[in-house]
Each structure stands twice: as C-alpha cells, then as structure tokens.
Write a protein that binds this ligand. Structure first.
Ligand SMILES: Cc1cc2nc3c(=O)[nH]c(=O)nc-3n(C[C@H](O)[C@H](O)[C@H](O)COP(=O)(O)OP(=O)(O)OC[C@H]3O[C@@H](n4cnc5c(N)ncnc54)[C@H](O)[C@@H]3O)c2cc1C
Length: 378
C-alpha cells in the first residue's frame, strides 16, 4: 500500500462500490476531469475538504491567453481557450465567467513594445491602446506607457466554477464525497484500492490524483520533484465606482467578486507559513494602488494564501500514469494557468487513458523520470 502513515491501522470497512475512475481532489484539475469523464464512466470524486479548495479556492482568477511580462501565447492557446468555453457551456457554468477582457497596462517603454507586437501577431486576442486613447477609455487606470487589452480574456469565480463542474458531473451519474482525505492506494494490476482517512476503502479501475499541494503527503509523489509556490491574495473595499468588469493583469492582477476587489498574487518560492503575511498584504495593496491610483483610499477587508504546484523548468502541467503503475495517474502542475490548462487536458483524458503514448512528451510523467531528475532512486 502506498501512502501516508499506516502504522496505527483501525479496522478496515470494506465498501462494495466499484468505479471506473476515482478522482482524488476536486480543484480545477479534478473537477474538470470529473465533468468530462463522467459522460462515459462511473466516477467517484473525493476531496479532503470540498470542491474548489486548495489553490482553486482563490475567489477570482483571470483567464488570459496572452500571459506574463511579454504577453506571449500560452501552450496550445487556441485549443485551451476553446476547451474552456466548451466546458463552461456544457456544464452550464457560464455565469461564473465575466467576459470582460483583461487589461494589461505596460509598465515600461520596453514592455509597451512587446505588447504592441503581441497585438499585431495575435489580433484575435489582443488590441493595443496608446497612452492617450487608453487614458480616455480607462480613466481610472495607470496608462503611462499604453495598455494591451486581451479581448478574449476575463475573470472566473474559481471555487464556484469547480463546484458547478462537480454538480454537473453528479447530474451525469458521478458520486462526490467531501471531507474525505485519501490516505493511500494499492494498485493490484487489475484494480486500485483507495483507502480514506476514515479507513473506508473504495475500488476502481483507475485512480486519478488531482491533489494540488496535497501531493506533499505522499513520498512517491514527492519523488516527482514538483515545486510548490505560495500565492497570496487580498480583497479591497473601495468607495470609488470602478466598473463591474474591472479585470487587470500587470505584474499583479485585480478583478471584482461580489464582496470587493480581489488582488493577487505573490509568487513565494520559499515560505515558512502558509498563512497570509502582513508584508505581502501591504505589497499587494501597494501594487493595486499603482495600477488604479484611486485605490489608495481603499481598505483591506480579507486576505488568503494557497499553494500552486508547478513543474520546474518545463513550466507545463504534468499528466500521466505514475512510473511503475498503469492505473494510478497524476494530473497536476497547473501553476498559474489552471483555468487554461485544466479544461484543455481534461478533454484529452479519455484519449490518454485509452492510449498513454498519446500524452505529449512535454507533459508526461516519464519525461521527468527519465530526464534530469532521479525519479526512481529517491
Ligand atoms: C493566489 C493565486 C492566484 C491565482 N490566480 C490564477 C489566475 O488568475 N488564473 C489561473 O488560471 N490560475 C490562477 N491560479 C492558479 C490556480 O489556482 C491553480 O493552477 C489551480 O487552482 C490548481 O488546481 P489543482 O486542482 O491542481 O489543485 P488545487 O486547486 O490545489 O486542488 C487540490 C484539491 O485536492 C484536495 N486534496 C488535497 N489533498 C487531498 C487528499 N489527501 N485527499 C483528497 N483530496 C485532497 C484539496 O482539498 C483541493 O480541493 C492562482 C493561484 C493562486 C494561489
């Protein structure tokens, strides 16, 4: 049996349920997978807390196909955007997406050049506004160097999106259990037995691990050498009448939820606590005021922190069977692109289950095992 501490075993309560796939964890990875797989499979979704926790518990996230400092397209940009919209429509989750576009104010002349270039190369996704026209259009925004508007982007209420996906999966026949932490698993070749912290057991043909930061509890997953990065967010209350559709990304990001303006995010590679810290709360507030100067009059009403999992160097998700196991799969490493990568890869899961060799090399688990990382010798 693989997993956490099995020393003090309580009596096992065997369960007769059998599933095609048990999905452990229902953040963006697990909930997108659950919705897609439940169309043709018997699926059980287990979460230590409830759907939309972990990193997916950040109240609002942005989806923007032109990302980061240079506004370059993400991996498989067009398919990723199509998959996101298909998932929204099929799961009836459209109300959790605000198709506001995402404004990216340039922070320097050099960045303005990059952004202008991006708007010319990908005109279906981005429009460039010189400082004067940007100031007219968005008078509340920092527009000194001009603004790239990512027209196809927008804001998503991430926890609500995950919850809707799991509900929709259950409407298709899946079962979902909250407050059920998995404790370990055994792959006998024909089936996987999953044990919960309650000592219940479930069996299935396959186990899909979508644990986010929960991977750190399991030595065999720690051996994958994933890299956790802490991210903090704050919520601001402002008396200014900022538009409902405010969605900005430039170093940090801002978007509205029903309680205020959410500002994210820090990227902390080293951290001693997973709680929000005063220092970062102040930094995020300062950043928000730089992008929208009137927010100097705002107050911080809330703050949170969670861990996003990344795959070092490759900076793409990781998906595939664990080395030495055909039936235990991992789907993780979504980094800061959960909204783009989770729907894209979820739709491909049935194909990958059928034919694991179809998994693109750059995201497969084996690449990491046979490459520069000492996977088996850990
Ligand atoms: C501050 C911040 C801002 C972000 N902003 C954006 C953004 O704007 N756009 C974007 O696309 N992405 C954003 N991200 C990244 C995005 O949140 C992640 O990529 C995504 O949520 C990761 O999803 P996941 O399902 O892999 O993991 P998680 O969301 O962490 O989900 C893991 C789930 O597994 C469960 N779990 C853990 N251990 C166990 C266990 N033993 N048994 C059962 N269940 C378990 C947890 O309860 C949780 O529900 C942001 C992240 C942070 C931290």
């Amino acid at each position: 049996m693989h997993g956490r501490d099995f020393v003090s075993r309580r009596p096992i309560v065997p369960m007769n349920h059998s599933f095609d796939t048990i999905i452990a964890g229902s953040g963006l990875a697990g909930s997108c997978a659950a919705f897609v797989l439940s169309e043709n499979e018997r699926v059980l979704i287990l979460d230590a807390e409830q759907p939309g926790c972990g990193a997916s518990g950040v109240p609002v996230g942005l989806i923007s196909p032109l990302m980061a400092r240079r506004a370059r397209p993400v991996w498989r940009m067009e398919e990723a955007m199509q998959s996101f919209h298909r998932l929204l429509a099929e799961s009836k989750a459209s109300s959790h997406f605000s198709a506001s576009g995402v404004r990216k104010p340039a922070r320097s002349e050099e960045q303005a050049i990059e952004f202008r270039d991006a708007s010319m190369k990908w005109p279906d996704h981005g429009r460039w506004f010189e400082p004067e026209s940007a100031a007219e259009r968005w008078p509340y925004l920092f527009t000194q160097f001009g603004v790239l508007e990512v027209t196809s982007g927008g804001a998503v209420s991430m926890p609500a999106f995950c919850q809707t996906l799991v509900h929709a999966a259950c409407d298709r026949g899946a079962e979902s259990k909250s407050a059920c932490a998995i404790q370990g698993w055994e792959d006998s070749g024909d089936q996987v037995t999953v044990r919960l912290s309650s000592n219940e057991e479930f069996t299935s043909r396959r186990l899909l691990l979508c644990l986010g930061e929960g991977y750190t509890e399991f030595p065999e997953l720690r051996a994958l050498r994933l890299h956790p990065i802490k991210g903090q967010w704050i919520r601001l209350r402002s008396r200014d009448n900022l538009p409902q559709t405010v969605a900005i990304s430039s170093g940090s990001y801002l978007a509205r939820d029903d309680k205020g303006i959410v500002v994210g995010s820090s990227y902390e590679h080293k951290y001693s606590t997973i709680e929000p810290t005063e220092e970062v709360i102040k930094d995020l507030h300062r950043e928000a005021c730089l992008l929208i100067p009137s927010l100097r009059r705002s107050t911080v009403t809330d703050a949170g922190a969670s861990i996003r999992v990344t795959v070092p160097e490759i900076r793409l998700p990781m998906l595939g069977p664990l080395p030495g196991s055909h039936n235990v799969w991992i789907f993780t490493g979504l980094g800061a692109k959960g909204l783009l990568m989770a729907p894209l890869l979820a739709y491909e899961l049935p194909k990958f289950f059928e034919k694991p060799s179809a998994i693109p090399k750059e995201i497969s688990v084996n690449l990491h095992g046979s490459g520069h990382r000492t996977f088996y010798r850990e």
